[in-house]
Design a protein around this ligand. Structure first.
Ligand code: C2E
Ligand code: SIN
Ligand code: SIN
Ligand code: FE
Ligand code: FE
Length: 508
């Protein structure tokens, strides 16, 4: 018996490379059973891991060991010990009190009459039921293989599930911080890790649900090896992927075909999402389970992202697009509208506006000069000072911009109309086009006015050089209470470092 590994000794002479043994608990009040079992299992190995047989001689002792070990793969439990049903009670305690559903449980009895097999299997959550006479050494070995295999699989699934929970947790952060595309890429990377594959193909696509025809979708993210498809639309996807997607869309459900998984998940708002996974091996049950969990969870996260992203992204793109079209003509560089947007957002927050208002101003402020679209090149690009007539025409860009945007129902565009119309009004009532004064000027107009001038003074125009910071601040402070809302000028003075950080982020 000396060569048996007992629990207490197990750690003393473990070879460095050796994997931890499988922990097996034997609960039986007859010492002889322990001896025989140890003998039979002496040479046993499964997955290159030996056994560590732990002995308990009563139900009570068995429960104590179960409670203090989380990694017991299999417990072989005698039914009749300190009481006629001590083993049955132990099974119940393990599953219900300890909430342990991983450990495989096998009941072993010498008196079958006392615990009829059918009743026991039905009423107790056990994996097998053996008569003691039945448990020859061969049968015992078979039992061990089957139990350990099943325990191993349960552990793998559990570890996958926990990884997935991590992913879901992480997605909350992703949601806070970035766009749908970034989210989708992060999700794909996680799946690659979880399924332990690389060289597989992944697509995550979203239907453009704003169009009635549900026939269109776009590629959101692909795995590294398919990077060439990154920005492609549907018609450029490989044939096999397109077919898989069409099938899933028709069936409105996920399906597995050999080594590919096509996930279909829809959201309550009616968007439909597709995930295509192709592996270099057959998908096993765990892969499928993992992907199903993924598919059912992703929709929830996706929906809020989609809402946020689709709406804001389109609006932002539109605003930047229009704003940039203007810049390119007036030599305002590509970064001007972005800087103005970020300064405006910053001022809005510091001024005490809500996150929503600040966000709206940020999205709309790139539209402030959209009216310059109508100004002729001869004026817009004039290197020197404007004549009086030219100046009148130039000033019309405020009113023109307001008119251009005013009929929209879209909140961002409506805000853009206000900003375009009021960004050249002055606090003292001497601005244009309407000589509005003080708080009669919408806060978004006052904010954008300061952001725009701060940026324009520091930038090159056809008609002027960039000013040094000192001169800019001097000019703005001279205009405090005249051209600009004094409170906003103070915010600028107090936070100049943050403002300059934004400026450095988006240089011309
Ligand atoms: P912008 O170039 O985007 O300038 C926006 C605002 O920044 C100007 O609004 C003004 O308040 C301020 N700003 C820009 N450069 C200077 C400057 O050198 N000194 C001072 N004190 N402020 C400056 P503003 O004046 O209503 O002009 C609106 C737009 O009219 C300007 O937009 C620009 O496109 C055009 N513009 C203004 N003056 C001239 C000029 O002398 N020549 C030409 N070609 N265009 C001009
Ligand atoms: C375990 O050892 O507890 C889990 C089995 C495995 O993941 O291989
Ligand atoms: C995510 O991975 O971020 C969401 C998808 C999931 O919940 O599995
Ligand atoms: Fe302007
Ligand atoms: Fe501007």
């Amino acid at each position: 018996m000396d060569d048996f590994i007992f629990a207490d000794e197990a750690n003393n002479d473990v070879e460095t490379n050796e994997l931890d043994p499988w922990n097996i608990l034997l609960v039986d009040d007859e010492p002889g059973v322990h001896q025989v079992t140890q003998m039979v299992l002496r040479e046993f190995e499964f997955d290159n891991r030996k056994l560590n047989l732990i002995s308990a001689y009563s139900g009570q002792q068995g429960l104590e060991i179960m409670a203090s070990h989380s990694d017991i793969a299999l417990a072989i439990i005698d039914v009749v010990m300190e009481t006629d049903d001590a083993g049955l009670q132990l099974v119940r305690s393990i599953r219900e009190e300890l909430q342990n559903n991983y450990t495989r449980l096998v009941l072993r009895t010498g008196q079958p009459g006392q615990a009829p097999e059918e009743d026991v299997i039905t009423n107790y959550d056990i994996d097998d039921y053996k008569d003691k006479t039945e448990l020859t050494s061969n049968k015992l070995l078979t039992l061990l293989y089957a139990s350990l295999r099943s325990y191993r699989d349960i552990c793998v699934i559990d570890s996958h599930r926990r990884s997935l929970e991590q992913v879901i947790l992480a997605s909350t952060e992703i949601f806070e911080a970035s766009s749908l595309k970034t989210f989708a890429s992060a999700v794909l990377k996680q799946i690659c890790n979880l399924l332990n594959i690389d060289g597989a193909i992944f697509y995550c696509t979203s239907l453009n649900e704003d169009i009635d025809s549900n026939s269109d979708y776009r590629v959101l993210a692909v795995s590294g090896n398919m990077a060439a498809y990154e920005t492609r639309n549907k018609s450029e996807l490989p044939e096999s992927v397109r077919k898989a997607f069409e099938y899933a869309l028709n069936q409105k459900q996920s399906y597995v075909n050999g080594d590919t998984y096509t996930g279909y998940f829809s959201t309550s708002l009616g968007s439909e999402n597709l995930l295509y996974v192709s592996m270099d091996r057959e998908l096993d049950d765990m892969d499928k389970q993992l992907l199903d969990i993924y598919a059912s969870n992703v929709a929830v996260t996706y929906e809020s992202l989609l809402l946020r992203d689709e709406i804001l992204e389109t609006q932002k793109e539109l605003a930047y697009m229009l704003g940039e079209a203007v810049e390119q003509r007036s030599k305002e560089t590509g970064s001007h509208v972005r800087r103005v947007a970020l300064y405006s957002h910053f001022f809005a927050i510091k001024y005490g506006l809500s996150m929503q208002e600040a966000e709206l101003i940020k999205l709309a402020s790139p539209l402030h000069d959209v009216g310059k679209i109508v100004i002729p090149d001869s004026i817009l690009k004039k290197p020197g000072k404007l004549t009086e007539d030219e100046w009148l025409i130039m000033q019309s860009h405020a009113q023109q911009g307001a008119e251009l945007l005013k009929s929209s129902d879209n909140d961002v565009i409506k805000m853009g109309s206000i900003i375009a119309g009021q960004h050249h009004e002055r606090w003292d009532g001497t601005g244009y086009p309407n000589k509005l004064k003080g708080e009669d000027i919408h806060i978004s107009g006052r904010i954008t006015a300061l952001a725009d001038v701060f940026d324009a003074l520091g930038s090159i125009r056809y008609y002027k050089d960039a000013w040094p910071l000192e001169k800019i601040l001097e000019e703005i402070n001279t205009q405090k209470g005249k051209q600009f809302d004094p409170k906003l000028v103070e915010i600028l003075n107090d936070n100049i470092d943050d403002i300059l950080k934004i400026r450095d982020q988006y240089p011309d």
